[in-house]
Design a protein around this ligand. Structure first.
Ligand code: F6R
Length: 240
């Protein structure tokens, strides 16, 4: 594991954006993308690189990790909306190359299998961006008894609902389910960058790096992958 601790979130986001930009310059990259607070500044840096003409998204394909169920993708809380506002609306990516899971598929099993198939048909993910949950989740793969495989519908854990409900007002109930890529789909990526910032992530980060490799901390499985970068700020690294 390439573990790097940065002075501040600006430097962290520059380093993460540099790695993604390299992948984009190398080939018609397939990016695995995350939402939430952790990757937000990295997207800002990528938009800056695009505006300076250093990179283009014209031949980039993206697959997002997850999406909430029970809200339409046009909802202000959906991960589709987050991605449009945080990245897609600001760069030259083609609409047909954007993939964010459908949170409300007609046939969940068939849909999930087709999402995995689409990743395979695109040639697999070249670089996967991840955050980590306070409970060690990656994507929405919550702590459990076994590591998950492909894309599936998951019931969000109490810890995840607690962490994410701040984004929902009391009138907008936080969804209890999501569609997420499985752990195996994530591990199939050729290269992975996990970003963690802040004290609330310190325990999960320590478990991921120093704890047992176990589905009780889904992120711990990343230690089995041969090209993982863990980018931390001082607080997230404080228990290492
Ligand atoms: C988001 C995702 C989640 C988040 C994690 C951390 O697409 O898959 O695993 O990365 O919950 O969220 P933040 O970054 O908001 O602390």
């Amino acid at each position: 594991m390439d573990i790097r601790i940065f002075k501040n979130s600006y430097e962290l986001s520059c380093a993460a954006a540099d790695l993604i930009a390299e992948a984009i310059k190398r080939k018609n990259a397939v990016l695995g993308l995350a939402t939430g607070a952790s990757p937000k500044e990295t997207y800002d840096r990528l938009i800056e690189k695009y505006n300076k003409g250093e990179i283009s998204f014209k031949n980039v394909t993206t697959f997002n990790l997850d999406e909430y169920c029970a809200i339409p993708r046009t909802d202000k809380h959906s991960y589709f909306t987050y991605m449009c506002e945080s990245l897609f609306n600001h760069v030259d990516i083609k609409e047909e190359n954007i993939h964010v899971p459908d949170g409300n598929p007609e046939n969940t099993e068939e849909y999930c299998a087709s999402y995995d198939e689409a990743i395979k048909n695109a040639g697999g993910i070249d670089i996967q961006l991840l955050g980590i949950g306070r409970n060690g989740h990656i994507g929405f793969n919550e702590p459990s008894d076994s590591f998950t495989k492909g894309t599936y519908k998951v019931k969000l854990s109490d810890s995840t609902v607690e962490a994410n409900k701040i984004y929902f007002s009391s009138n907008d109930k936080m969804p209890e389910y999501a569609i997420t890529m499985g752990v195996e789909s994530i591990l199939n990526a050729k290269e992975i960058i996990l970003i963690a910032q802040g004290k609330a992530k310190a325990e999960a980060v320590n478990n991921m790096i120093n704890g047992e490799i176990s589905p009780s901390c889904p992120a711990s499985i990343l230690r089995k992958h041969n090209a993982v970068h863990i980018f931390l700020d001082g607080e997230a690294a404080s228990l290492l």
